[in-house]
Design a protein around this ligand. Structure first.
Ligand SMILES: [Zn+2]
Ligand SMILES: [Zn+2]
Length: 348
């Protein structure tokens, strides 16, 4: 079953790190269980910057793009439940099902982990193909807002790992896309008082606009120290849950000082491999602090869609810059210079 699918398509392809071009390539051929998506929008995030530089498991040549939204253009012979024209979003990971971790139901750690846009061709192209089991229908979200479903799935996984108790007090450092989504999910799932602390500016303004928290601490860019001290003084018992979502190792190191005895510290940013933090083991021991990490997701797209497509978790305005495929260099620059809270490539 296929709509009018051409033989070739326009795509952004990297031959090797930092070497890319807009090229004409064949439209992907479908495996029996694949869905062909005509791409409408594909999100750009920090991971794409790492891929550009050749880090983060990337395999070349590569068509990147791992936050893909579009409409079904064709389906493989064994696909059921999709019609041409269905609006869909794709989960980029492909798991082997056979390795040490997959056999234990811990697919997130799959040893043969493949991901569209990272190790396989992804969504910065007019078409891309995904297994039907990794494709999900959406109704209400705009194409651009739906690019946030991938980061939102990671936030949903984070929520599962945190498993907040009802009535929790929460402190979130950082107001980037995943921080803004996780803060809202925490607020609706056990978090009674959610404080968002982030540098003053665009992201903080958006946090307030979306209602991401109950309280906000807009940190001065020149001298946040006084505000950090005030936050500690005003919350002498600390917080049940502290989420470090900035990726700044210095803030992570200090974040433990805001955790209530018996509380949880969530390591949720993207840190450089060389970063180190220094914590007192006797504090972790004596205060019974749980330190947990959360970096990706499996099987959380349905939950993320339920929250975002219903409008329970709000994302309008997080993608604040859109570009055409031909403007890839500008899109990368917007992410690099943080002019974009989040960017997306859009197609006609
Ligand atoms: Zn991403
Ligand atoms: Zn596996």
């Amino acid at each position: 079953m296929a709509a009018n699918v051409p033989k070739t398509m326009k795509a952004l392809r990297y031959e090797k790190p930092e070497t890319f071009g807009i090229v004409e390539v064949p439209v992907p051929t479908l495996r029996d269980n694949d869905v062909l998506i005509k791409v409408k929008a594909c999100g750009v995030c920090g991971t794409d910057l790492h891929i550009h530089e050749g880090e983060f498991l990337a395999k070349f040549p590569l068509i990147p793009g791992h936050e893909t939204v579009g409409v079904v253009a064709a389906v493989g012979p064994k696909v059921k439940g999709f019609q041409i024209g269905d609006r869909v979003v794709a989960d980029n990971s492909e798991l082997c099902g056979e390795c040490f971790y997959c056999r234990r139901g811990e697919e997130l750690f799959c040893e043969h982990f493949e991901a569209h846009g990272v190790t396989m061709n992804g969504g910065f192209a007019e078409y891309c193909a995904y297994p039907a089991g990794r494709v999900f229908k959406i109704k209400n979200l705009s194409d651009v807002d739906a690019t946030l479903l991938e980061p939102a799935s990671c936030a949903a996984h984070g929520l599962d790992k945190i498993a907040p108790k009802m009535g929790s007090s929460v402190l979130v450092f950082g107001a980037g896309p995943t921080g803004l989504v996780l803060a809202q999910m925490l607020r609706q799932n056990g978090g009674c008082r959610v404080v968002v602390a982030a540098p003053e500016g665009l992201k903080m303004d958006l946090a307030k606009q979306l209602g991401a928290g109950d309280e906000y601490v807009a940190l001065s860019r020149s001298n946040p120290e006084a505000q950090f001290q005030k936050l500690k003084a005003e919350n002498p018992y600390g917080f049940d849950i502290v989420v470090e979502a900035t990726g700044n190792a210095k803030i992570l190191e200090d974040a433990i000082n805001y955790v209530r005895r018996g509380g949880k510290l969530v390591v949720y940013g993207v840190y450089a491999n060389k970063d180190r933090v220094s914590w007192s083991p006797s504090k972790i021991f004596g205060d019974e602090i749980t330190i947990l990490g959360s970096f990706s997701e499996t099987y959380k797209f349905p939950a993320a869609i339920d929250y975002l497509d219903s409008g329970k978790v709000k994302v309008q305005g997080i993608v604040n810059k859109t570009f055409k495929l031909e403007q890839w260099a500008e899109a990368l620059e917007a992410i690099r210079t943080k002019k974009a809270i989040k960017a997306a490539i859009v197609f006609d």
